[in-house]
Ligand binder design. Structure first.
Ligand code: ATP
Ligand code: MG
Length: 299
């Protein structure tokens, strides 16, 4: 399929969606990837909206979203097609159906599905770095050419419409250079407090102003504690705010008591680090500051 590059008009294309706040840079990256018809590779801390971006693109452009969740055992071939030899053998033994018709036993994978849809779709290849290193290399040809050959049926499956491909990675493994060369790359920066407030408003539109202020200050304070291994992320802040509301916590108590801290910090080591940090400070300030409530959340 020939690759016609469309002009990218800033006024059209992807513009974010009601439930997803997008920065100008990210919006531009999405639109450039669409215009150049290249996969968009998204990296960023856990919980920074990588997966949700694909949903937002699909919603905003009114396209179907096909999700291919990658696991450590996923092979590239599964995304193209699977030939169900076991079923064919079973049918041949028990005389069911027409076993000569091999097509019947070819099941397209997510990439194959995205190629044959009558309308262009968004294809999310989620957490590509979970698979082994060969995985991205094995997909280079198919993602470039948007087609693949099925030897069993002597058929070529080519994309009717090139899907918009979004690939996410948590950078657990480095991706091969040849793969990176073919993608448009975007790193989602962790939102600053202003950006975070906009995201929070999407999820908690009616939050009390002071509760939000106190929670945000505490959240960024925790993220800045030196040596925290697993910094709390956007999704954890969203959950924490929910917990504070459900728990009826008054804004004045947030900084002092650090309620429901287990929603934000998930590692014992990080609770220890925070405790040490607070003890250092509390000796010169208030002796009860947070440490008693913190102890409640240790295992
Ligand atoms: N820009 C944003 N606008 C609205 N909600 C957001 C945004 N970023 C993150 N969120 C919210 O944070 C949560 C986590 O988002 P998501 O699952 O997409 O993150 P992720 O980067 O894919 O995380 P992981 O690396 O753990 O898979 C979701 O509930 C999502 O709604
Ligand atoms: Mg994700």
């Amino acid at each position: 399929m020939s690759k016609k590059v469309r002009r990218y008009e800033a006024s059209t294309g992807y513009r974010g969606s009601e439930d997803y706040i997008v920065s100008d840079d990210l919006r531009n990256s999405v639109n450039i990837a669409i215009a150049l018809q290249k996969p968009l590779l998204i990296k960023g801390e856990p919980g920074t909206g990588k997966t949700m971006l694909a949903q937002s693109i699909a919603d905003s452009l009114d396209k179907e979203l096909i999700i291919w969740n990658i696991k450590s055992t996923t092979k590239a071939q599964e995304g193209l097609y699977v030939y169900d030899t076991v079923q064919r053998l079973y049918d041949s033994q028990f005389g069911e159906g027409d076993v000569a018709n091999i097509k019947k036993y070819i099941k397209l994978g997510k990439l194959g599905e995205a190629f044959i849809t009558s309308e262009p779709v968004v294809l999310l290849i989620d957490e590509i770095d979970k698979a082994d290193l060969e995985f991205p290399n094995d997909l280079l040809w198919e993602l470039d050419q948007m087609s693949f050959y099925i030897p069993e049926t002597k058929e070529t499956i080519g994309a009717v419409h090139r899907p918009i491909v979004v690939i996410t990675s948590n950078a657990e493994k480095e991706l091969p250079d040849a793969f990176l060369r073919r993608c448009i790359f975007h790193y989602i920066e962790f939102p600053d407090p202003e950006g975070m407030e906009r995201i929070i408003k999407v999820h908690h539109p009616n939050l009390e102003k002071r509760l939000l202020e106190q929670a945000m200050e505490t959240f960024y304070m925790l993220r800045n504690v030196p040596n925290i291994q697993k910094k709390p992320s956007t999704s954890e802040l969203i959950d924490w705010l929910q917990a504070l509301v459900v728990g009826g916590i008054s804004p004045n108590r947030i900084k002092q008591d650090l309620p429901f801290l287990g929603v934000l910090l998930k590692k014992n080591e990080d609770l220890d680090t925070l405790l040490n940090q607070l003890h250092g400070k509390t000796q010169s300030r208030s002796p009860n500051y947070a440490s008693s409530s913190l102890n409640r959340y240790r295992y």
